[in-house]
Design a binder for this molecule. Structure first.
Ligand SMILES: *[C@@H]1O[C@H](CO)[C@@H](O)[C@H](O)[C@H]1NC(C)=O
Ligand SMILES: *[C@@H]1O[C@H](CO)[C@@H](O)[C@H](O)[C@H]1NC(C)=O
Ligand SMILES: *[C@@H]1O[C@H](CO)[C@@H](O)[C@H](O)[C@H]1NC(C)=O
Ligand SMILES: *[C@@H]1O[C@H](CO)[C@@H](O)[C@H](O)[C@H]1NC(C)=O
Ligand SMILES: *[C@@H]1O[C@H](CO)[C@@H](O)[C@H](O)[C@H]1NC(C)=O
Ligand SMILES: *[C@@H]1O[C@H](CO)[C@@H](O)[C@H](O)[C@H]1NC(C)=O
Ligand SMILES: *[C@@H]1O[C@H](CO)[C@@H](O)[C@H](O)[C@H]1NC(C)=O
Ligand SMILES: [Zn+2]
Length: 740
């Protein structure tokens, strides 16, 4: 009904115009204005900024986090319905909304046979057991839907052995234990979160013959050293002693059975025996009160200073317990894991606002919906913002006040916590369509880690739109600063082009933006409010992935008043409007020049001599970077010139396509055959220490100690050619379209 109204208005205007022409155009000179192309409307922007309501975000969060909503659980499905209902609301909904389902492989602990960690005495009896659940501190930790802490995708098994302490479970940590003469075969390794990824701890341990892995969160890493109940939640924002970080230990992302294919019923599925990327040995996370019982009773030599933590004792390496401790010296630790793999239906919800002028250009905005437990922060703080944004935009839409130039697609992804599954399956199913039509992807997962400052990760073309947006929004907290001016106080860098600016982080694979940037090559960003690093060293907000991540936790400690949530909503809202409504796309491709230049300089300074020794020239790379810089600058010039006149919309569309497609030119699906999905040659994972093109950095670090003519040096040359070809291709895309 509202749609017909918009159409009706349009026809009316056309009729008037027709009449004007018949009457002679002097009769209605002002109507000429209606021929101006639809562009960003600052009044609409102001209205949206004003209507984004902190109180409503708070109420959204209360509802979203009322019950645990683990992926594919009944409550997760209830939230699918809640989203559909909001997005189909006649007063504040979108043009259309629907859920779509994938059948994916998830991992759960057994209900009947909980995972247990026991200390087994010399005669085989259990003399001590770790807690199986978190303490029911606020009454929300003891509910039937609180999933027991577990390491998703860790295999079942019941290893038992002497305990060793392996710091963060990095390869170098196990090497250190070996150097110390500790026999690792058949042991249980106690590790702490941080340093390397979850799954990597088990992979590294297994390489050394370790039979089982325990993972805990040290109060030094999460609680600024504090560990007693009166210093932790609900008395502060710190993690209670029984809190346990759950998480996926899968090494890749996407549904494990259907790599590169959507997990629809008809798709080919890999044989379970052939799935790679699961942890090789049983693994179980525990809380630091349990870790203290284990670690503070270890025998053996003192662990290195950097391995010490805040459990209030000297950490030793083991193996086994000390004779004068709480347990008999030859006691062992038994880790019994009964996790099960299960096929489950997991839903994405998509809501669409059709663009008025360029409906075939999409601005995508998304967050996951599934949590580990109540997930007030992760992910509901983001979903609460998503719902408020869609309400405000939906209301303007239904009133007939506004319709964007381009289409806006809102997404609520399923099963992110298990490995970005819903978003990855979506990118697999609609690979071509999304690549051809998506202008940018905006991700707001955890919207508020803490209330000090904005933090943005993204590819260079999004920098300028985020800057434009944040300069116009007041920052919460004391003083009269813009979000931009507050942000620059916490994260800044000196740009050769702009001087001191806020610094954007780069995108790894921590949330649903990963398939969009790495697999599809879509310019992407992730937006949140975060810490003042001078006030805390917590590696993430302390109750992350525990049963203490609740509404009250956010309401009392993270963001009382919800002004940081509102700041994120305004930032994301302004970015969405600018991307969907601006006549010229606000993607500044020349901002890639700085990145390329700094990668090139690092390659010249830190790899130049080595490459020269092996007769490899960086000359073609220098030429390619220079060409890119020149073409990006020239395109910027053409846009400024056009902006001064009244350009033909078709001409602008051609330029906008160049801006949109630039990110795509950096993809090479053959660049990293050992990686899954990663194909963006500038942002693939870097293991080499030189901060340059990742393929080049990694290849050089592998080739360094091999002879010229080795396969490793051939790979360096291949990687160099891949980068040169990508940059030449990027420059060609930016060139005037009639030139080849
Ligand atoms: C946790 O506390 C709540 C409120 O006090 C109570 O209703 C619930 O039964 C408790 N759960 C367990 C497992 O003790
Ligand atoms: C560990 O404990 C489980 C359960 O009690 C038991 O079945 C298993 O045999 C034990 N593991 C070893 C290696 O003894
Ligand atoms: C599993 O992988 C092996 C080795 O790649 C292959 O020979 C075998 O056919 C695969 N099995 C299935 C069922 O796909
Ligand atoms: C405890 O460790 C010391 C050396 O650090 C070793 O000499 C001793 O044998 C160990 N005791 C037991 C019971 O493992
Ligand atoms: C997923 O849903 C489809 C269609 O409703 C159903 O046929 C299938 O059995 C479901 N799969 C699982 C694992 O529940
Ligand atoms: C963040 O929250 C704390 C605790 O409520 C408050 O003291 C502080 O002023 C807030 N900071 C900002 C920047 O809003
Ligand atoms: C830049 O950031 C650092 C912290 O990384 C901060 O100490 C400094 O004051 C900031 N500079 C400005 C001008 O705000
Ligand atoms: Zn999340």
């Amino acid at each position: 009904m509202q749609w017909t109204k918009v159409l009706g208005l349009g026809l009316g205007a056309a009729a008037l115009l027709g009449l004007g022409i018949i009457l002679g155009h002097f009769a209605i000179p002002k109507k000429a204005n209606s021929l101006a192309p639809q562009d960003l409307d600052l009044e609409i922007l102001e209205t949206v900024m004003g209507q984004l309501d902190a109180h409503r975000i708070r109420e959204n969060l209360r509802e979203l986090s009322r019950e645990p909503h683990l992926a594919s659980s009944p409550r997760d499905e209830d939230l699918v319905q809640l989203l559909l209902q909001r997005w189909k609301d006649p007063e504040s909904g979108l043009d259309s909304a629907e859920a779509s389902t994938y059948e994916v492989l998830l991992s759960f602990p057994s209900q009947e046979q909980p995972n247990v960690v026991d200390i087994v005495g010399p005669t085989g009896g259990i003399i001590h057991s770790c807690h199986r659940t978190e303490e029911n501190v606020t009454g929300e930790q003891g509910g039937p839907d609180v999933v027991q802490p577990y390491a998703a995708y860790a295999p079942s098994g019941t290893p038992q052995g002497l305990l060793v302490y392996a710091n963060r479970g990095a390869e170098e940590d196990f090497k250190e234990l070996q150097t110390q003469g500790i026999k690792l075969e058949g042991t249980i390794a106690l590790t702490r979160y941080g340093g390397v990824g979850r799954g990597a701890k088990a992979v590294n341990a297994a390489k050394h013959g370790v039979a089982g892995v325990l993972v805990y969160t040290d109060p030094a890493d999460i609680n600024d050293g504090l560990s007693s109940p009166d210093e932790t939640f609900p008395n502060s924002w710190y993690l209670p002693p029984s809190g346990v970080e759950r998480g996926s230990y899968y090494e890749y992302f996407g549904d494990p059975l259907t790599p590169y294919l959507p997990a629809v019923p008809s798709s080919f599925r890999v044989d379970l025996a052939n799935v790679s990327g699961f942890p090789p040995i049983p693994t179980q996370p525990i809380g630091f009160q349990d870790a203290r019982d284990l670690l503070c009773n270890l025998n053996g030599t003192l662990a290195p200073a950097t391995w010490q933590g805040a459990l209030g004792c000297h950490y030793r390496l083991g193996p086994g317990f000390r004779p004068d401790g709480d347990f008999p010296a030859d006691s062992q630790v038994n880790v019994s894991v009964y996790n099960r793999l299960e096929l489950r239906n997991s839903s994405n919800v998509l809501g669409i606002i059709r663009g008025a002028v360029e409906p075939d250009r999409y601005v995508l905005y998304g967050n996951h919906r599934d949590s580990w437990v109540h997930g007030a922060v992760d992910p509901s703080s983001g979903t609460a913002v998503l719902l408020e944004l869609s309400r405000v935009l939906g209301t303007l839409l239904k009133k007939g006040t506004w319709r964007p130039r381009r289409s806006i697609v809102f997404a609520s992804w399923g099963a992110e916590e298990f490995g970005l599954i819903g978003s990855t399956e979506f990118t697999e199913e609609f690979f071509n369509k999304l690549q051809e039509r998506t202008v940018a992807y905006i991700n707001v997962d955890i919207s508020v880690f803490a209330n000090a400052t904005l933090r943005v990760q993204g590819t260079p073309p999004v920098q300028s739109v985020v800057f434009s947006a944040t300069k116009e929004i007041r920052s919460p907290g004391p003083g009269d600063l813009s979000i931009y001016d507050n942000w620059i106080r916490y994260f800044n860098r000196s740009s050769p082009v702009y001087g001191l600016v806020p610094s954007l982080g780069s995108l790894g694979a921590g949330s649903d933006y990963a398939p969009f940037v790495h697999f599809l090559g879509i310019s992407s960003m992730d937006i949140a409010y975060t810490y003042d690093r001078s006030k805390t060293s917590a590696r993430i907000y302390p109750t992350y992935h525990t049963a203490f991540d609740t509404f009250d936790y956010v309401d009392k400690f993270l963001d009382p008043g919800f002004s940081s949530h509102q700041a994120v909503a305004r930032t994301a809202g302004s970015v969405i409007l600018r991307l969907s409504d601006s006549f010229f796309l606000p993607l500044k491709v020349s901002d890639y020049s700085e990145t390329l230049r700094s990668f090139l300089q690092a390659a010249q300074q830190d790899l130049g001599a080595l490459l020269e020794q092996h007769s490899i020239s960086l000359g073609p790379l220098v030429t390619a970077v220079e060409k890119f810089e020149a073409e990006a600058a020239a395109l910027g010039q053409r846009i400024s010139t056009l902006q001064k006149g009244s350009p033909d919309p078709l001409q602008v569309r051609m330029l906008n396509d160049q801006l949109m497609l630039l990110e795509r030119t950096f993809l090479n699906p053959r660049a990293f055959p050992e990686e899954r999905y990663y194909s963006h040659v500038l942002w693939a994972p870097r293991t080499g220490s030189v901060v340059t093109f990742p393929g080049l950095s990694n290849a050089c670090s592998r080739a360094r100690d091999t002879a010229s003519g080795s396969e490793a040096w051939a790979e360096v040359q291949r990687q160099l050619s891949i980068v040169v070809t990508a940059l030449e291709g990027a420059a060609a895309t930016l060139r005037p379209v009639a030139d080849l």
